[in-house]
Design a protein around this ligand. Structure first.
Ligand code: SF4
Length: 350
């Protein structure tokens, strides 16, 4: 069962369930702002799960591909009875055609033959693996408790199943640097996943990393450095036809609270910043080439044409990209036009 792009996801939060320990950067309650029964230590009940699914289905406007997603924990690390119990509660919605499949995230070291045999009768459409890094030092310093080899064998086993494979990687982990991140990305590309997500490391309250940070033992990436690295990673994946479906955690009230994110490159529109940087760099390169070939400086007005959906990305937040271009090339005006025939990452200069 393969999944089309951009499914509607119905999230079922299983905070830290199935986790063998707490990874250094993780605090799922902080990420989602979960409280009450979500944080009570109980696996969501059938009533809760059905109520969440019905709420989403009520507001489902079109007939897009819909998946119920168990996230925030280590799904295949749950006891077999709990795995089967959760799948049993959702499978009837797939059988009745109300949703299309089931999705979950899990650790690479929980993918094995027995667990895959256990879930094979169920309509699992997507499995996301928390790879985080392919470097032994980084995995070790991040208290992941698994190796890059676990990821290799997990992907090899999943490839035999009829589901999409998503790989998640992180940047800015303890012991990590840009070179190692790019190497992790290259190794992930070699595994040919259906999609990737990239999460910069944040210092979340209540995580072991917060303790290291307060003790001066961990220095987070700056937002600028993170955007720059994300840009390189995105372009590398794109060059290899691997879709990056998310960069950075989903913005939430909880993450906007400085008491939750103590430090690190958090921005509610991180993906937008990365795409804006990509378009800015492309525009700079194209204007340079154009002025060099014409053997003159840019005119008073430069016209940039982009795909309509890329207009705000080209402008940048608060139109900073346009200000940078004006200053760099000494022009008075930047005219922005749109053309649906262009790719979303392309810029035409006139
Ligand atoms: S990163 Fe994943 S495995 Fe580690 S504590 Fe968080 S949810 Fe559990």
């Amino acid at each position: 069962m393969k999944t089309p792009r951009k499914p509607l996801i119905i999230p079922i939060f299983i905070p830290h369930f199935g986790c063998p320990h707490q990874c250094i950067f993780c605090n799922q309650q902080s990420i989602t702002g979960a409280s009450g029964s979500d944080a009570s230590g109980a696996i969501p009940s059938e009533t809760e799960i059905h109520s969440i699914i019905h709420q989403y289905l009520e507001f489902k406007k079109d007939r897009s591909w819909t998946e119920v997603s168990f996230f925030g924990g280590n799904f295949l690390g749950l006891a077999p009875a709990n795995i089967v119990g959760l799948l049993d509660q959702v499978a009837p919605f797939v059988a009745s055609g109300q949703i299309n499949g089931i999705r979950f995230s899990t650790r690479p070291d929980t993918i094995d033959k027995n667990r895959l045999d256990l879930i094979r009768p169920y309509p699992v459409s997507t499995v996301e693996l928390g790879v985080q890094s392919m470097n032994a030092r980084v995995l070790n310093q991040s208290h992941r408790g698994h190796t890059a080899k676990d990821t290799l064998s997990a992907v090899a086993l999943l490839k035999k199943e009829n589901c999409q494979i998503g790989l998640q990687m992180m940047t800015g982990l303890p012991g990590d640097n840009d070179t190692l991140c790019l190497e992790t990305a290259r190794q992930i590309i070699g595994l040919k996943p259906d999609f990737v997500r990239i999460y910069p490391t944040l210092v979340l309250a209540g995580s072991p990393l917060a303790v290291a940070y307060k003790a001066g033992k961990y220095r987070p990436q700056s937002l600028e450095a993170s955007v720059d690295l994300l840009k390189k990673l995105y372009l590398l994946f794109q060059e290899n036809q691997i879709e990056v479906i998310r960069m950075g955690l989903q913005a939430s009230e909880s993450l906007d609270d400085p008491a939750t994110v103590l430090a690190g490159p958090y921005h509610p529109a991180l993906g937008h910043l990365v795409f804006s940087k990509i378009l800015l760099d492309t525009a700079i390169e194209k204007i340079r080439k154009k002025t060099a070939s014409a053997k003159k400086t840019a005119n008073d007005t430069v016209t940039l044409t982009v795909h309509p959906k890329s207009l705000s990305r080209m402008q940048g937040l608060n139109k900073t990209n346009l200000d940078i271009l004006k200053q760099l090339f000494g022009v008075q005006h930047i005219d922005l036009k749109t053309d649906t025939a262009l790719d979303k990452d392309a810029v035409r200069v006139n």
